[in-house]
Write a protein that binds this ligand. Structure first.
Ligand code: TYM
Length: 344
């Protein structure tokens, strides 16, 4: 163990949160409840919070440049509209801080092929045509580890689908520390939980709600208006039983579980307390309650987002400031990494 590094200021791991979202368009209620809403909550806890629009990740699949630029700003506007406060949290775009890509390269050399080949998200995204997927899509989790570890982040709030990538981030940190006999990178804690860790499709409660589902009725998009939200919830798949009064009664009822979980996350309540109120009711009673909750929460966010998008120079200023704050943390960590691995 290298005692100099352990005593070094960048080797002291303060409570620091990092997370990111891809600007690949089509933000869903899953992204909001599983991730962004929790980013906002964490900025008021005892953490330093850093949030990133991960545009380098988005181009692992081809993006129209004009649309990517628009989606990047819209996602940043969405963060702010959801309550992310640029005076409390650092908000920036990944490509503006080159340390991500530089540390990503180092981690490409730490991560093993076998680890990457086990990534289920690569298998899902590449599908049957894996030979035609980009090398970036395959190496993506090493860049994700770099996003996190460039800040020595200790806590990463994400939805359940990112769990395997966070385990890989831990493996990379452990292997790096072991190979170079240092205690330099923290072994990050995933922060996954709450009723919305995995928001499911409205058409099939066993499938994740995702922007890539061919049916638009399967998801609530953050750009849907009140009528669209009402229509989708009205058409959401259910079963023919009444709602139970206790969580055990949701077992084996994926669609009921999903709708109750969404309601609980929107209302900031536990599933237990929601069921205490609605137990015994039919879906025909419950769905209008869910529509009301969803529009109550989502409409002000989309209105605010539209307002923020009217002042692009101001939004760009926020992102530029965020990038310089982010760089001031990541740069010394990258320099120390280079030093550890023997770059002159
Ligand atoms: P992305 O852009 O696909 O999704 C952003 C966040 O939304 C969560 N999420 C969901 N949560 C609950 N239910 C759902 N149906 C649902 N769908 C999406 C995701 O878990 C994620 O937290 N690789 C990441 C982006 C990333 C990142 C990072 C995250 C890049 N670098 C570093 C954390 C730290 C991704 O593609 O997320």
């Amino acid at each position: 163990m290298d005692s100099v590094l352990q005593n070094d200021s960048v080797g002291q791991f303060k409570k620091r949160v990092f997370s990111g979202v891809q600007p690949s368009g089509g933000l869903t209620l899953g992204n909001y409840l599983g991730a962004i809403k929790r980013f906002v909550q964490m900025q008021d806890d005892d953490y330093e919070t850093i949030y990133c629009v991960v545009d380098l990740h988005a181009i692992t699949v081809w993006q129209n440049p004009k649309v990517l630029r628009q989606n990047t700003r819209e996602l940043a506007a969405f963060f702010i509209a959801s309550g992310l406060d640029p005076s409390k949290s650092t908000l920036f775009t990944q490509s503006a801080v080159p340390e991500h890509a530089q540390l990503g390269w180092v981690f490409n050399c730490v991560a093993r092929m076998g680890w990457m080949q086990r990534m289920t998200q690569f298998k899902d995204k590449a599908g049957k045509n894996a030979q035609n997927a980009s090398l970036g899509l395959f190496g993506y989790p090493a860049l994700m580890a770099a996003d996190i570890l460039a800040y020595h982040a200790t806590h990463v709030p994400v939805g359940d689908d990112q769990k395997q990538h966070l385990e890989l981030t831990r493996d990379i940190a452990i292997k790096f520390n072991h190979d170079y006999e240092v205690n330099f990178f923290p072994v990050t804690e995933p922060v996954i939980g709450g009723p919305a860790a995995r928001v499911m499709s409205l058409r099939d409660g066993t499938k994740k709600m995702s922007k890539s589902d061919p049916s638009d009725l399967s998801r609530i998009n953050m750009t849907d208006d009140a009528d669209m939200i009402a229509n989708k919830i009205r058409k959401a798949k259910t079963d023919q039983h009444a709602l139970p009064s206790e969580p055990e009664g949701l077992e084996g009822r994926a669609e009921a579980q999903n709708l109750v979980s969404i309601y609980a996350a929107l209302a900031d309540e536990s599933i237990e307390s929601v069921l205490r109120d609605v137990g015994g009711r039919q879906f025909s009673d419950f769905k209008p309650m869910l529509v009301e909750r969803a529009t109550e929460v989502l409409s002000p966010i989309s209105n605010k987002m539209n307002l923020i998008m009217k002042d692009i120079p101001e939004l760009d200023k926020i992102l530029d400031n965020g990038a310089s704050k982010a760089k001031s943390i990541a740069e010394p960590i990258l320099q120390k990494t280079f030093d550890i691995i023997g770059m002159r």
